[in-house]
Design a protein around this ligand. Sequence first.
Ligand SMILES: [Zn+2]
Length: 345
Amino acid sequence: MGLKVGIARDERFLEHKTGHFHPEHPNRLTSIYRMIDQEFSGRVIDFKPEPASLEHIERVHTPGHIRQMLKTAELRLTSLAPDTPVSATSYLAAWLAVGACLKGVDCLIGRECDAFFALVRPPGHHALPDRAGGFCLFNNIAIAALYAIEKYKLERILVIDWDIHHGNGIHDFFYEDRRVLYLSTHDLMLYPYSGEIDQTGKGTGEGYTINIPLDRSFSDDDAIYLYQEILTPLIRNYKPQLIMIAAGFDAHADDPIGRSRLTEKTYAGITALLVRLRNTYGPFPLLFSLEGGYDQRSLTQSVKAVLAELINEHETESNASTPSQDAIALVKSVQATHARYGVLK
Ligand SMILES: [Zn+2]
């Protein structure tokens, strides 16, 4: 039996205009929404998100940043950071993107569904408390994680960030907080150039941040092997009450920004692994939120692969048959870095 899957989608996300030549373009979502209608009609529960309330956004972002966001409503096209243009209705899309993730938390904790995919833009994982950046306006996942902690008294949330860029916003926000374990695989040579392997958290959060810089040559087998070796002990030991996935698909070989060579097989493989671990270690809910992914076709195919694994529960064999020596060495290095914390034993 597959999982009961909810999605959040809304035409208002398309009103966040970034200009003709910007990679984070409304067509990314148009293409995904069309695929959902063609492939998953009647097989996912469609939720219409509401804008988040200000009090939840204020828990992560400063009044100055929120005010700056609101001021963009007066302008036709402006920029909040050199790479982050916004239009007059972008603030509404940003508010709604957070709201979609909060809706996901409510649906999952209320057991209306087992997995939830917030198909939103703008993305969020680079947004810092006091500023936008990297195409991100509000930090959708950080706000939703804090919301789940405060509203539902959750104590252990695992955030998996498989976008090829390091999610510095989520990373920094929970760096000293063990209630959120942040795991990221990323390319250190890309924006925001952070996420070294020895950054493992601080204070009571020490050991609760896992940064895994990937090699650009990694294959699907390598990536699936790595996730399998890391996530299996991690989920067994940390016992997450909720798993959130910062689901960017720009590590795909066809992506114009990422420099990696993965395919949708990686995303299907990791999703299948999560479903298997869910069956073994308890029915933790899964909240996916769309981050990057800038090639329309591969982005859409990748989202499709994730949803198909969740709904059909293919039990895709995610045991990677032939990981490279580099992938084996990287797993060993992550295990050695985290050996003293015990969470990967
Ligand atoms: Zn990205």
